[in-house]
Ligand binder design. Structure first.
Ligand SMILES: Nc1nc2c(c(=O)[nH]1)N[C@H]1C(S)=C(S)[C@@H](COP(=O)(O)O)O[C@H]1N2
Ligand SMILES: [Mo]
Length: 201
């Protein structure tokens, strides 16, 4: 297995920042399992739910955007083998949400849920990792709908399917349960540096 510091000097489209099997793209491909949902910002909310599905806290669009913001510049890696280096995002960190809600995580995992029905599972530790964000801006402008606007997760140290577009909330879970792609054979965690593409990798 290739390691992070390994340089493939003679291959085009990789660098020491591309995980094994990935190639750099200059574009920004759109990968969606269904149509792009459109939700009016006036009724949009983002919720944290306890393990029983009870709402612990919710933010409107204006409330979310008035929380202390975090900006990150990160590399992203899609399991379909493209990587994009140096992407810029702005949003609220998970710790900012917890602090604003006055909550301690009641369980070690979450299921992210989205408009359109997409779900993906994450650990609280991965949500809290450096670079992870609940993002509403990309590259200096509001997040485009096709890329997950108004709000998406950005979990750059995991394959990009974990970065749920059109995210509407996080439901805490006591145990790690598969989301949409994870129940179709993809890895429960999806670390690109360990090539955790499929369950069993
Ligand atoms: N709600 C939702 N989120 C999603 C997806 C999706 O189909 N629906 N696709 C995932 C996959 S497989 C990838 S690679 C990225 C793609 O994000 P992009 O379209 O902005 O490149 O979003 C992830 N988040
Ligand atoms: Mo993907």
């Amino acid at each position: 297995m290739a390691t992070r510091g390994f340089r493939r000097k003679h291959s085009i489209g990789t660098s020491d920042r591309t995980p094994p099997g990935q190639s750099i793209t200059e574009g920004f491909p759109v990968l969606s399992a269904g149509p792009t949902p459109r939700v009016p910002l006036a009724t949009w909310t983002f919720a944290l739910e306890d393990a029983q599905g009870r709402e612990a806290h919710r933010w409107t669009w204006d409330e979310l955007r008035s929380l202390p913001a975090t900006e990150v510049t990160v590399d992203i890696h899609c399991v379909t083998k493209w990587s994009k280096l140096g992407t810029r995002w702005k949003g609220a960190s998970f710790d900012t949400l917890l602090r604003a809600a006055g909550l301690e995580p009641p369980a070690p995992y979450v299921m992210a849920f989205c408009d359109g029905g997409y779900t993906t599972n994450l650990s609280v530790a991965d949500l809290r990792a450096d670079g992870s964000l609940i993002a509403y801006e990309h590259d200096g402008g509001l997040l485009e709908a096709e890329h997950g606007g108004p709000v998406r997760l950005v979990i750059p140290h995991l394959y990009f399917w974990k970065s749920a577009k059109w995210v509407r909330g996080l439901r805490f879970m006591q145990t790690d349960q598969p989301g949409f792609w994870e129940s179709h054979g993809y890895h429960l965690r999806g670390d690109p540096w360990a090539e955790e593409r499929y369950s069993g990798d």
